[in-house]
Design a protein around this ligand. Structure first.
Ligand code: GLU
Length: 728
């Protein structure tokens, strides 16, 4: 390791010189998601050469307020940013969607009509929603790896790492109200600590109707040209001392350390842009074996599972307004990744991803020297080891992938009975029974508000059938045998029987059951409930037949990944600047406003305008245009938000490297001013999670001027614009 670290240092220095020569000219410049605290050494000059007027310190500083202080991790899955000194926060409509949905009913249908608080008192509280800032980023590699040796089994290594992380993190936040996150980077070759500050009182301020915020719905999702006003606004509240506090009427709007100025000048093709946010997950350094699995097994099978559920939910939603509202967020959750995977497979196949990975692996081996070992492995042998490992891993990985589809994205009757486990007399403390019953009553009430029994019954029979049909025989749960023996393999009959006999299919049944619940004897009744038995059968099957091997093989895989990642940096330093895969930590990507050529004979321009909204307008739900918006467009009543040429820009694309989690990220110009809101990628780009191609990968943003036009002109909420700092 030590010898290697030296070689690595020399190679790194050499490669840095080489990179700065290659980098300024090459299109590689747009690939990568960079850790803000490392910008100075890695890409500051490149960013400046492309048009950034700021220094790395303006982007990230621990000592003074910087752009990073405006960036928010929104509820752990999306990004948001501060846009006023009164705690006003901007994120995507699709990031606020489940919250908007939770406040909606047939009487107050905010999904359809939008919602705008006219006063602070009207802003809507959201239990469980949080907004998290990053206070500081530290490289803690050395202390996290203290006590770790190369010869150590992976599980032991991980145990030491975990315990070091606890000690380091605890010491770092001692005496403060901060928290910490320590994550591996480069597959555990490095570790970084993020000190965080979290606010739990975050209120809904405004959202456009879905016909604007989700314009084009599934048809346009992941698609360019796009005309979606995908935004919503919230406000962070703090206590009187501006500190995080639980939800309370005593709280006041938070005064952020930094709020983004908003630029109304628009952009030109070629303009510098950057995206600041929390990209969720990428796998840029997968081997050909993993990519082969993704393209040929994982994606097609999970797409098929979701085809089935989307078809069932779609029919139910089209037939009933009530179900449409109940299932809106659930349907989006399923369809979003479904469509992404379809695009990802198209892109990976069109770009011959497997062969290009194979070619890279060939060069890796050709550059490796038999004498070089790291982490106890020879570079020359790594790819053979990968091959053997993947063939062993695949059935378990596949069972896990399918378990996710049925258990977490499938019929809800499968997971709901797990709640009842909380009544297990072995786990429940004496005297806690009544309290627990009350908790379960409350969660049942929430659950059944968005539940349609007939839809779920259909989901159960169709999805379970598909699930068992693709699983290896030795990976199937016991309930499969029950369905074969007692129901002649008829999944509809089985589902009908579960729904008839279970106590967990309606709120009335659950409440009656809880009313009569008396302890051990009643718990036996739960254990006999067919929905509970189904849940446990699937869950225990995963625990016993899949998980142990999956954990063992993933440990082996971790070691290979860590070594391969290090090997790529050492053996092929000229290939690219190796940025760490996304892992839901704060990153910056940068690029330029740029169109692209999706296929022969077609060139996409980087902007869309409101004219396109009218051209797409029809009477179907997906492309409905609210009358008021249509009138504003026809009258060209755009106020100060129009482009220089009088048109109203709606969306634009650029070559920033982004992924899920970057939803809601600010798109910033060279001065760090807000010019747009990131919300999507083009369909051809969805492969960028595995392979980034700078000629076609583009992120999609809504122009900030369209956002403000909707707030001001459409929603008459100009008081919100008055809070902002507009730059012209
Ligand atoms: N629209 C994407 C999603 O909902 C987020 C952004 C992206 O993946 O590029 O997951």
């Amino acid at each position: 390791m030590i010898k290697f670290a030296q070689i690595f240092e020399t190679m790194k220095r050499f490669s840095l010189i080489l990179f700065s020569l290659v980098f300024t000219l090459s299109s590689f410049a747009k690939e990568g998601m960079w850790i803000p605290s490392l910008i100075k050494n890695l890409v500051e000059s490149d960013m400046q050469s492309m048009g950034m007027k700021l220094s790395a310190e303006d982007l990230y500083s621990f000592n003074k307020s910087s752009l990073k202080d405006a960036i928010v991790h929104f509820n752990g899955g999306c990004t948001a940013e501060m846009i006023s000194d009164k705690g006003l926060l901007l994120t995507n409509h699709h990031c606020g969607y489940s919250l908007i949905q939770s406040h909606s009913s047939l009487e107050n249908d905010y999904l359809t009509n939008g919602f705008w608080a006219k006063t602070k008192e009207q802003e809507l509280k959201n239990p469980n929603l949080f907004a998290r800032f990053i206070v500081r980023i530290d490289d803690v590699t050395e202390s996290v790896l203290k006590g770790v040796t190369d010869a150590m089994p992976e599980a032991k290594r991980q145990a030491i790492v975990d315990s070091n992380i606890k000690v380091i993190g605890k010491a770092a936040i001692e005496g403060s109200h901060y928290n910490y996150i320590i994550r591996p980077f480069y597959y555990g070759n490095q570790y970084y600590m993020f000190i965080t500050e979290t606010f739990n009182d975050v209120r809904l301020v405004g959202a456009p109707p879905s016909s604007i915020g989700k314009f084009g719905f599934d048809t346009d999702n992941w698609v360019w040209p796009r005309h979606t006003g995908d935004f919503s606004m919230f406000r962070i509240y703090a206590d009187k001392d501006n500190q995080p506090a639980e939800i309370s009427n005593d709280n006041v709007p938070y005064r952020p350390k930094y709020a983004l100025p908003i630029n109304l000048n628009g952009t030109q093709p070629g303009d510098f842009t950057m995206i600041y946010g929390f990209p969720g997950r990428t796998s840029e350094y997968l081997t050909s074996y993993a990519v082969d699995y993704t393209i040929n097994k994982q994606n097609p099978n999970r797409i098929k599972m979701r085809d089935i559920s989307l078809d069932i939910m779609g029919h139910a939603m089209a037939g009933s307004d009530k179900i449409r509202i109940q299932y809106a967020a659930k349907q989006s959750r399923v369809s979003n990744a479904w469509k992404k995977w379809i695009g990802q497979n198209k892109g990976l196949i069109a770009n011959d991803a497997i062969n290009s990975k194979l070619a890279l692996e060939k060069r890796f081996v050709a550059n490796a020297d038999n004498s070089i070992t790291s982490y106890g492995l020879k570079y020359t042998k790594i790819l053979d080891k990968y091959k053997a490992l993947y063939s062993e891993l695949e059935p378990f990985a596949f069972s896990w992938d399918m378990f996710i589809e049925i258990y977490y994205y499938g019929p809800e009757i499968i997971r709901f009975p797990m709640n009842m486990e909380k009544l297990n007399p072995e786990k429940l403390k004496d005297g806690d029974l009544e309290k627990m019953k009350e908790t379960l009553r409350i969660s049942a009430e929430r659950y059944f508000k968005n539940y349609d029994l007939e839809t779920d019954k259909k989901l159960l029979s169709a999805m379970l059938k598909q699930y068992f049909s693709v699983l290896d025989e030795n990976m199937r749960a016991d309930v499969y045998v029950t369905i074969q023996n007692d129901f002649g393999g008829n999944y509809e009959d089985y589902a009908a029987s579960v729904f008839k006999k279970s106590n967990f299919t309606t709120l009335e049944k659950v409440n009656a059951f809880l009313d009569n619940y008396k302890g051990t004897k009643s718990f036996k009744k739960i254990q006999k409930d067919p929905a509970y038995q189904l849940t446990m059968s699937l869950y225990n099957n995963y625990q016993s037949k899949v998980r142990p091997d999956l954990v063992r093989l993933n440990n082996d895989l971790n070691l290979l990944n860590r070594t391969y990642m290090e090997g790529l940096q050492n053996l092929l330093p000229k290939d690219k600047k190796y940025y760490p895969d996304a892992n839901s930590t704060l990153r910056i990507s940068y690029g330029i406003v740029d169109g692209y050529k999706p296929k022969d004979g077609v060139v996409y321009s980087p902007f869309t305008t409101t004219e396109g909204i009218m051209a797409k307008r029809d009477t179907t739900k997906e492309f409905t245009v609210p009358e008021r918006l249509a009138t504003l467009i026809t009258d060209k009543d755009y106020g100060q938000y129009a482009d220089k040429d009088g048109t109203m820009h709606v969306c634009f694309i650029a070559s920033n490297h982004t992924t899920g989690g970057n939803s809601g990220s600010p798109a910033l110009n060279g001065n760090g001013e807000l010019i747009g809101l990131n919300f999507d990628r083009t369909w051809e780009s969805t492969m960028s999670d595995i392979m980034f191609d700078p000629t076609i990968c583009r992120n999609i943003m809504v122009d900030i001027r369209y956002v403000l036009f909707i707030v001001d002109k459409y929603a008459n909420a100009g008081h919100l614009v008055e809070e902002m700092n507009l730059v012209k």
